[in-house]
Ligand binder design. Structure first.
Ligand SMILES: [Zn+2]
Length: 345
């Protein structure tokens, strides 16, 4: 079951429990996240050009700024209620930790960092890839992280701002292996949608979703991705990166992915009414009225108390059929070995 539905069910059952009247059910509810603020982060800027084409004419910082601004415009045109914030909208140097700080300060719901890839003396590597925060699992992933993180050496006082982090030292990256990524599921979802959109072109080669210790994503407290929209070092990719029309298509690809993300995480779920879900798992009965969260429930949630004469019957779940309830029975019996399925009127 997708997590958003789980969360929704929990909400409904808790609402039921505290409301006494088991007929007051919210059959439709906004679930999951609401996309109110999006931070778009064009990589590099100012004294930091990012990667540069072999002829020196095309700079990563310019390409990504253009794509970022177009993406922001597409979002604002379609969704005027969404606040779009750029970490930079001009050719300006911004420290990596500042980029995350902008997103955190504004309580952003999504952070999208846009970059261009490059490898030395190799025309073969091409295509797009999208990164989420984590521990790199391969040497080539480490190379990309090293490259994107090395910007911090241009920052004043980077030693203290990044807790002694050395972008070139693999040992520095060990901190990321311990990282708890609360937003990994959403970040991966968006990354997947972006890659699917990119595969439609203009740069079709899909290098997939990657995980690594990227400093710009590190301190973000919301779903966050970093997308590499092509290779500056590949002559074919470069042609697309240089074309205003193709850049527009890339911005539109990210926009389509954001739309899918928005639709997925703002889905309104409709549940059958309680009358259509009369099956429960009775866990015990008591003459006492027991409050939710009481140790008697042994941590099992959601549970509901139904008054029946002078006693209260305590139930777990709500099901449309006996078969559906039976699937949960082994789980419930771990806590209450005598639990059984019942049908309430
Ligand atoms: Zn970059």
């Amino acid at each position: 079951m997708p997590f958003k539905v789980r969360r929704f069910l929990l909400f409904v059952f808790l609402g039921l429990f505290s409301g006494h009247n088991s007929l007051t059910i919210i059959a439709k509810e906004q679930v999951g996240l609401q996309l109110k603020t999006i931070v778009i982060d064009p990589g590099h800027g100012g004294k930091d050009a990012g990667c540069v084409s072999r002829d020196g004419k095309t700079l990563e910082k310019d390409v990504v700024l253009d794509v970022a601004l177009q993406l922001g415009k597409l979002i604002k045109d379609k969704y005027p209620d969404i606040k779009v914030i750029y970490t930079r909208s001009t050719d300006k140097f911004i420290a990596l930790d500042q980029r995350a700080a902008i997103a955190n300060r504004n309580n952003a719901d999504l952070f999208i960092s846009i970059h261009v890839n490059s490898v030395k003396n190799n025309n073969a590597a091409k295509g797009t890839e999208t990164w989420v925060m984590g521990m790199h699992k391969s040497e080539s992933n480490f190379e990309v992280c090293k490259q994107e993180n090395s910007v911090i050496v241009l920052e004043e006082d980077y030693g203290s701002n990044y807790q002694g982090f050395d972008p070139k030292n693999p040992e520095s990256y060990i901190i990321f292996s311990l990282l708890q990524n609360a937003h990994l599921e959403q970040s991966l979802y968006l990354a997947d949608k972006i890659q699917t959109q990119f595969s439609k072109g203009p740069i079709k080669k899909d290098r997939g979703i990657k995980q690594g210790g990227l400093l710009v994503l590190w301190k973000c407290t919301m779903p966050a991705v970093l997308t590499e929209i092509g290779f500056m070092s590949n002559s074919e990719d470069l042609k697309s990166l240089r074309s205003a029309t193709q850049r527009q298509k890339m911005a539109n690809g990210i926009f389509q992915a954001v739309q899918q993300y928005k639709q997925s995480f703002e889905t309104v779920v409709e549940l059958p009414s309680p009358a259509q879900r009369p099956y429960r798992i009775q866990i015990f009965a008591s003459s006492k009225k027991i409050a939710p969260g009481d140790p008697s429930f042994k941590g099992l949630t959601p549970c509901e108390g139904i008054a029946s004469g002078s006693i209260y019957k305590y139930m777990y779940g709500k099901y449309t059929s006996e078969e559906e309830a039976r699937k949960d029975l082994p789980y419930v019996r771990r806590y209450f070995p005598e639990a059984y399925i019942t049908k309430v009127k």
